[in-house]
Write a protein that binds this ligand. Sequence first.
Ligand code: TXA
Ligand code: MG
Length: 504
Amino acid sequence: MKAVFLDRDGTLIEDRGYIASPDDAVFLPSAFLALRRLSKNNLLFMVTQQSGVARGILSMENVRRVNNYIERRLADAGIHIQHSYFCPHDTEDRCPCKKPSPFFLSDAAVRWGIDLADSYVIGDHPHDVEMAKAAGAHGIYVLSGHGRKHRAELQGEWTVANDIGEAADWVAALHCHGNQPALLDDAIQKSASAVKNGGVVVFPTETVYGVGADAFNEKAISRIYRMKGRPASNPLIVHEATAEKAFQLTTSRNGKAEILANHFWPGPLTLVLPAHHSVPPPVTAGLPTVAIRVPGHPVARAFIHAAGSPIAAPSANPSGFLSPVTALHAADFVYDAPDVIIDGGECRFGIESTVISLTNQVPLLLRHGALPLEAIRRLIGEVRVADPLRSAMQSPGMMRRHYAPKTPLHVIPAGLPLDDDLGLVGVLTIGGHTSRNDHERAELTRVLSGDRDMILAGLYNALHDLDSAGLDSIAVRLTGTASACPVLSDRIRRASYQVKEGCR
Ligand code: TXA
Ligand code: MG
């Protein structure tokens, strides 16, 4: 059994000093998606240092109430915390449990049969990762909370992440490499060399897997188009390791671009800006603009950094079909194989980045994606939304049929029975339960529930499952608030658009 031990303040919730009441427990934005992903193949524990108790500032009851509140909120989102440990002591108490003592980790190992060598500690203080080391586990140091401030005190080489979301990405990628950082690093270095030699690499991002090459190598870029069977008119996103480098690919970095980059990078947002003349035409499909993004996956950034050049990369799937959210999905090219695949496990967001053009006075949303439009509007005000029927001209990737499984997909309104014409049918119910009739009629059922991010994170995985099950058709039931989610309805609509209706 594997486990992830999570520090509380500064890692899961904002570090607000001594937290006495649940009212002061504010989750960090990336916590839910990260924990949901981690909870799929790890037991989760909270391990927190609350010396406020020893100092008479907090009571044991205060700490318990806050911990219970956190556990409850997570449970509501389908995330189970196996146990919460806390040390109420101060240094003078000479207790056995104060971090970096691995006391609680050893206790959990015995009580739940956990193999600490395959387990992780995530925390924003050097004592968190030192505790991991003392237990023979792996430590990931996050820069949220007090992480940035204490970084100078960190002794030795540690895996570092911006926040718990990125820490979860490291854990997933390391799990795929026998929990050996050296093996993951080998894969990253091998990929970087491949790119330097003009090769093509499949790599994980926090959204979906990308298939990338040196953005300045036109031959390698042409190979990506061939591999995907992608129309030459559909430009690629260029990925960079830092915002500074990404903006070097553009000629103007207007105020709104700076604000969005500061706020959301690294992360699932793509900005379309006037292209620098150095960006070769195959990347931009001859347009005067370029799409840039700094991915929020630490392995993606490590790979880009090691390659030493910007990486132009579309999603790693044959053109028009479902984006890959595991390395296995990304191995599905018909025309040519990539030189290297970096396995990073399942993608955290599981849906493509949001694409916004900043080339006009009023920003224009070209593609709904992982980052909600409201989050962008809150920062920069008015944003127009490209008309999907006309957007093929504004963003050539917005073809009507896209993001589609190979199996015909139909959206069936609630209450309408599944027609016999559907043959062997699989049902994907989004935002509710599978009805008894659907259960009886379907060969295979999948359910996606929870909030927007949780549904999106499971969408492509569920569709890939259904698509590989040898069915005649896939029926999608969109229920409740899920039907009002723009990105979800956009992807489902495109996935269900039939070629015979004349879209391509
Ligand atoms: O999350 C993502 O964005 C993933 C990962 C790998 O980064 N990438 C991705 O790439 O989804 P792709 O190629 O499947 O989609 C890129 C989208 C397309 O809709 C494309 O038309 C649009 O971005 N795009 C790229 N360059 C553009 C440009 N210069 N102007 C307008 N749209 C552009
Ligand atoms: Mg902390």
